[in-house]
Design a protein around this ligand. Structure first.
Ligand code: SF4
Length: 233
């Protein structure tokens, strides 16, 4: 069967729509990934105190209606922890519990992340934890490119304010978004990347995945060791 005939069969089955949508989404992702992120560590805007900047940013996020996720959230989940942290953990998006409580990484998944943080000799409130998206994605669906694009500036401002020594990208979506790639997580973990060319970034498995795949815990331990080496450099 030639390709055209195959596509006609697929179209008759309603599958062509998925194929073309997937292709369009991949192309959109690719062009999004090619946009360069610039974090200005020499910002000379001294007109506002750091606390003012945090308050303004948090207020802006709390009132944000830049994408349709504002319609289905209970509240935004800004991020939590030490605003002077050396370590910044960045996940994908808040889930149901987080949407209700307004804090990132809660429940079993949050407990496991806390254990991971403790395993490197830190406490949860000594690091900063945030997500790519500040609003829950209904039914835990994969975030859309336009949602990530709408929200990314908030995270970039958080990174700029904190200027961490290391970023831990928690899970595939966070890793691919922060690194501007669609490589699989298995290829992204195990090495040190650079976020925006200046901040070391290590990719780790998401605790939700680890709860289902306990055998991968060892790899997270190795990746956390890699992060420790970067911070201690
Ligand atoms: S996900 Fe981000 S951009 Fe979209 S409404 Fe929430 S805060 Fe705004």
């Amino acid at each position: 069967m030639d390709n055209n005939t195959r596509l006609q069969y697929l179209e008759a089955m309603g599958i062509d729509v998925w194929v073309s949508k997937q292709k369009a989404q991949n192309e959109e992702l690719q062009s999004f990934y090619e946009e360069k992120v610039v974090i200005d560590t020499n910002s000379n805007d001294k007109t506002k105190s750091l606390e003012d900047k945090w308050s303004l940013l948090q207020k802006e996020v709390a009132e944000c209606v830049k994408c349709t996720l504002c319609n289905t959230r209970e509240q935004t989940v800004f991020g939590s922890g030490n605003k002077n942290a050396d370590w910044m953990f960045i996940g994908e998006a808040p889930g149901q519990n987080e949407d209700v409580e307004g804090k990132p990484f809660l429940g079993q998944v949050g407990d496991l992340l806390t254990e991971m943080i403790r395993s490197v000799g830190l406490e949860r409130d000594s690091v900063y934890i945030a997500n790519i998206l500040k609003c829950k994605v209904p039914n835990n669906k994969k975030p859309k490119v336009e949602e990530i694009k709408s929200c990314q500036n908030y995270l970039h401002q958080q990174i700029q304010l904190i200027q961490p020594k290391i970023i831990l990208a928690v899970g595939r979506i966070a890793a691919q978004t922060l690194l501007g790639t669609n490589q699989p997580l298995s290829e992204l973990r195990g090495v040190t990347h650079q976020f925006a060319g200046i901040i070391p970034l290590v990719v780790i498995y998401h605790p939700a995945y680890l709860l289902r795949s306990l055998l991968e815990k060892k790899k997270v331990w190795q990746d956390l060791q890699l992060a420790i080496k970067q911070v201690e450099k």
